[in-house]
Design a protein around this ligand. Sequence first.
Ligand code: NAP
Length: 459
Amino acid sequence: MLHVAVVGSGPSGVYSAQELVRRDGPPDVRVDVLDRLPCPYGLVRYGVAPDHEKIKSLQDNLRTVLEDERVRFLGGVQIGPGGVPVARLREMYHAVVYCVGAATDRRLGIPGEDLPGSWSATAFVSWYSAHPDAAAGSFVRGARSAVVIGVGNVAVDVTRILARGAHELSATDMPEAALAALGASRITDISMVGRRGPSQARFTTKELRELGALPDVEVVVDPSEPALDPAWLDPSGLPAARRRNVEVLRGWADAPPLGRARRIRPRFFLRPVEILPDGGRVGAVRFERTAPDGAGGVTGTGRFEEIPADLVLRSVGYRGTPLDGLPFDPVLGTVPNLAGRVVRDGAVVPGAYVAGWIKRGPTGVIGSNRPCAKETVASLLEDAPVLLRRRIAADPLDALRAAGVRPVAWSGWQAIERAESDLGARLGRRRVKLPDWDALWAAARADRSPGPERPSSAP
Ligand code: NAP
């Protein structure tokens, strides 16, 4: 029996578990999916925007995997500092697949980045997604204008959430505090700013289009700005996805003003150079106007422009963080690997694998994690004959318990789900997420079933 630990229960972790147990035939595989949170699903729970119900419903597919009898969810298990060291985990399992994602945000490295009122988009997302580590920020309080830096899908997500009204948000599982704050928000103007042109923006068309469908919101595009992009007037030579983006933006540029209550302004060819203070907090963002360099990049023009902002959300991508005991490439923010096998100083680290964003960087949609996990698991199974030579405890859970770990079982997670449904019912809403560690632990502890066991009848 091959015992594998998967660290992280987001899409890449769950797809890895699924790949490991998918095949029939030897070796017989058992997978423990460990997560530092008592809740599974990673960014599907704590990153996908709450109003994107269809994408959120992917949780149902992931659930099926975690409920497979050859798979066991072990929540509340920290790997690394303050928890089970990587080297110790390695002794407990034949193999470990690290699917820890990209835990932090990229920095802009410009003056004023840390002024009050300037936040990473990931902090804002964590707050409205009820991540238990989220800062209790006053993101929108007192703000009338916002600048979102970056034109990827996260930028579109946070722009849309800022522009949505309380009524629409109350239909989501957003925590009460965030709903109340966003419901009371008086933000009327949101600029979403790219340093390159519209044909190079990273958002996808479906997400972009949604901005134009928000009630009482209009998207305002000044055609003179994107016209710097050689593809603006004739996008026919662009790949389909980018061509569609340009077409959607051009549609907005051609539309007459609608005089709606809130405005979203996609802006282009503006590179942030400083976040300017006003009364000790953000007041504006200073940008340098850029121009295409003919090779897909841009150059500065020496002309500058300020966009007033009471709130700045920096949405310039995620970044992987090192895990003690594993090699790390500080430039790429990933763990060096060959087809998922962890590599240190040019040599494969036996029994250590990676999948997802920590393997390939923070790009792609959720589905991109499937082929990524498949490749890693193929490497692992190829190595299985060697991995199986090492003797480990008959059940790694005993070793984890001996190391002082008391994992939250699947039934503990189900108790959290029930508590969230009960909270929603009390508040007259659908399910509402528990907002902090205390509430999550209290709900998980209400689970009276025995600890996480694997049914002995498992095939
Ligand atoms: P992203 O797609 O990499 O976009 C990052 C944006 O930040 C780009 O516009 C980039 O511009 C800009 N940027 C980077 N450094 C900058 C700098 N120093 N100054 C100004 N702008 C800078 O990242 P993301 O939006 O965080 O998304 C991460 C991944 O999650 C993506 O694959 C995304 O598609 C996915 N995601 C998907 C969904 C969905 O499917 N609904 C939702 C959220 C996220 P350049 O292009 O010029 O570098």
